[in-house]
Design a protein around this ligand. Structure first.
Ligand code: NAD
Length: 358
């Protein structure tokens, strides 16, 4: 059967695109596929319908696409109640259904097949499709730039004829993909950077970027967790908390990235710790959507507590729409290529499958 793909417009807060004209062209040239694109699909990333047409796609209405396509590609869920979806349609997106399991209900009712790319395993083979790495790297970078805007002092040491401005002290919580990118960015700007992670292996990566790794003895690491963190024992949590609290007293900027897949994010900064931070500090909480690493974080809001600014946002890559779309589109292309060539039963494809209804 000819694969028939549909690209549907995202909701208003989404600026990124799942699939760009260059990947449309590549897919059409390589395989026997039809690609239909909803009118004005690319406008938010400044890409016109004409560019999709010259790549080989056709422009259609959402209703038409939902009737014809057997694959819908998007980032978020793009289906509204009024939409008439053909049963057994396959949806490919980034739905984080491990944490937001309620997002599956709608798709179950639609008897759909759903592949959520955030669930790709962290293996060498999956790297080319790894949407989370793409987005986390951009979010980590942008988090530091956000902090520079909200911080009323400077990141590097600056010396003038009369005075010296001291470099900012940055603490990065969680040294996975986003955290490492935040560390690299803050270092380039001349800050003094410390980082903490429950995975011991992260220490080496942190130090290789020229930052200081905060060691806390006695962590738990599970062999079968795919490189991800697992929940820690209570006594370890206490020692970790004491060490972080101590560090926070001299920290100006915190970039929070600590997460455990499918679970509430660990709370590593409480109200008391925020009170003890130097005045004018800034916390950027990328874990906000899963509850945040700071107990005061409000998702999608910027608040001030005492004199500390706390920004909660797990989708900062939306502020880099072109870069994010470029990385995502290449990841989606590689996933589809793998899907077409290896089939639904392939281990990697199955790992992303969150509903399978025939
Ligand atoms: P993530 O987004 O799930 O979490 C971010 C970081 O928070 C992780 O480093 C985690 O260890 C840390 N964390 C969790 N609880 C914590 C706590 N209580 N205190 C401090 N830190 C805490 O992780 P991620 O960025 O997706 O990376 C997870 C792993 O996957 C890493 O080992 C990374 O190197 C690996 N990875 C592999 C590939 C690949 O091979 N394809 C790609 C990307 C990442």
């Amino acid at each position: 059967m000819k694969h028939h793909f549909g690209l549907l417009k995202e909701s208003s807060q989404e600026t990124r695109l799942a699939f760009l004209p260059q990947e449309v062209k590549k897919l059409i040239e390589k395989y026997e596929v039809v690609i239909q694109v909803e009118k004005d699909y690319g406008l938010r990333a400044n890409i016109t319908d004409a560019e999709y047409i010259s790549a080989g796609a056709t422009i259609e209405t959402k209703a038409h696409i939902l009737q014809k396509a057997n694959f819908i590609l998007s980032i978020n869920d793009v289906i509204e109640e009024k939409d008439n979806v053909t049963p057994h349609t396959t949806f490919i997106g980034i739905y984080n259904t491990l944490y937001f399991s309620e997002r599956l209900e709608k798709f179950k009712k639609l008897q759909a097949k759903v592949y959520s790319l955030d669930q790709l395993p962290r293996t060498t083979l999956a790297q080319a499709m790894d949407v989370r790495s793409s987005l986390d790297a951009l979010s980590g970078y942008k988090a530091v730039l956000k902090a520079t805007e909200l911080y009323a002092k400077v990141f590097p040491m600056i010396t003038t004829a009369t005075s010296t401005l001291q470099p900012a002290k940055v603490l990065v919580l969680g040294a996975g993909v986003a955290g490492l990118q935040a560390i690299a960015t803050a270092k380039r700007l001349g800050a003094i950077v410390h980082a903490f992670d429950v995975r011991k292996a992260a220490g080496e990566e942190v130090r290789s970027l020229g930052a200081n790794f905060i060691e806390v003895e006695g962590n738990t690491e599970a062999k079968n967790s795919g490189g991800y963190a697992v929940e820690q024992a209570e006594d370890y949590k206490q020692r970790q908390q004491d060490r972080i609290n101590e560090q926070l007293q001299s920290t100006n900027i915190v970039i929070c990235t600590a997460n455990i897949p499918g679970k509430k994010a660990p709370v590593l900064i409480d109200e008391n710790a925020v009170q003890n931070m130097p005045s004018g500090s800034v916390i950027i909480d990328l874990a906000a959507e899963q509850g945040g690493n700071c107990s005061l974080t409000k998702n999608n809001e910027t608040i001030t507590y005492n004199s500390t600014t706390i920004l909660g946002n797990s989708h900062l890559s939306r502020e880099l729409s072109k870069a994010a779309s470029q990385l995502l589109s290449a990841n989606y292309f590689n996933f589809i290529k793998h899907f077409i060539e290896k089939g639904e039963e392939n281990e990697l494809i199955k790992a992303t499958q969150v509903i399978n209804q025939e």
